[in-house]
Design a protein around this ligand. Structure first.
Ligand code: GDP
Ligand code: CA
Length: 319
């Protein structure tokens, strides 16, 4: 079975680790990763979501934090600080730096982001085919109004420096409208037997991937069933601040509102947590098959159960 999953960072990566556990040896997973969170720092290209997927599946992730490398040290950051060079709010550890150096060196030499990602994965062996959504530069910006007036800040500045404490007025995936899907992305969606939306951020992770022209249409047109898992449980994100960016796009932070916003053009099935059993009827009324199952990714075995539930729902809705 050919499974294609769209993925952001932590939520996507943790789900994929369970999915990898849930499938058989003949099944294969292609991941279309969000690159809208990418940022250039110190002249280096940093791809937080691709790296979170790669490190998590490759066994190099800092488990508790959910991002960055395990057993990290921070000498470079401290040295940069001595030079008065920031940003201090973005955590790039020494081990992580090596990834960004290799990536930036290869990009400078003329390789595409897809080629670079494939090369980095030779080391990490994530057990999935990891494709960036696009080789073109896309960077999500957030419009805010604060003491400095109304302006757009890079998503990382909004998320990491400002902790999403200021209202997001608009989410703008800068560059998305002219970006092309990376090689293999549309082909993978067309050839998929199942398409999954992990419990990733619906706006700045999955939403950004779908904003690359051609991808949304390819998901909608795919012959494969499309099943998503709610990142919202009991009216709040399980982790992080997804509610802040949902407000900006006019979607309530509930499991049913997120499903209905994707809509039945995209989704055939949707899983909500057992705490949101009451949402099932509303989602089904919107033309999306819905089941309530435990959706907390407490460990790999529990997450594999979630993945099995998603694959089972895909079989049920396969038309
Ligand atoms: P990011 O790029 O690191 O923000 O990661 P993603 O976009 O892939 O996923 C972020 C989302 O994961 C957040 O909105 C969380 O609500 C969701 N999430 C994190 N842990 C869990 C979990 O255990 N269960 C569910 N259902 N969602 C989770
Ligand atoms: Ca992200």
């Amino acid at each position: 079975m050919r499974i294609v999953a769209l993925a952001g960072g932590i939520g996507g990566a943790r789900f994929l680790r369970g999915l990898r556990e849930a499938i058989g040896p003949e099944d294969e997973i292609t991941v279309i990763g969000n690159t809208g969170d990418d940022i250039h720092l110190y002249g280096l290209k940093v791809c937080p979501d691709l790296d979170t997927v790669m490190y998590t599946l490759g066994g190099g992730i800092h488990e508790e934090q959910g991002w960055g490398r395990a057993d990290e040290t921070w000498s470079i950051k401290a040295e940069m600080k001595e030079y008065g060079v920031g940003p201090e709010w973005f955590g790039l550890g020494d081990r992580d730096f090596a990834t960004h150096l290799v990536r930036s060196q290869m990009l400078t030499a003329g390789y595409t982001l897809s080629q670079v990602t494939e090369a980095l994965c030779v080391r990490w062996k994530p057990g999935v085919r990891l494709l960036p959504m696009s080789d073109d530069r896309v960077e999500t910006h957030v419009r805010i109004t604060d003491g400095d007036g109304t302006r757009a800040v890079h998503f990382q500045e909004y998320w990491v420096r400002l902790h999403a404490a200021v209202d997001a007025e608009a989410i703008i995936p800068v560059g998305a409208d002219t970006a092309k899907p990376a090689p293999g992305v549309l082909e993978a969606l067309a050839a998929a037997d199942v398409i999954l939306f992990p419990p990733s951020n619906p706006v700045v992770s999955i939403g950004t991937i779908l904003a690359v022209p051609g991808i949304r249409a390819a998901v909608a047109a795919a012959s494969a069933p499309v099943v998503g898992l709610s990142p919202i449980i009991g009216g709040a994100p399980v982790r992080g601040m997804a509610d802040k960016v949902l407000v900006a796009v006019g979607v309530e932070a509930t499991a049913e509102a997120v499903a209905l916003d994707y809509g039945s053009e995209l989704l055939d099935g949707w899983l909500v947590d057992t705490a949101d059993e009451a949402a099932v009827a509303a989602v089904e009324a919107g033309g999306i098959a819905c089941r309530a199952v435990p959706l907390l990714m407490t460990d790999v075995a529990t997450t594999a159960e979630m993945a099995r539930a998603a694959l089972a729902l895909a079989e049920q809705v396969r038309g």
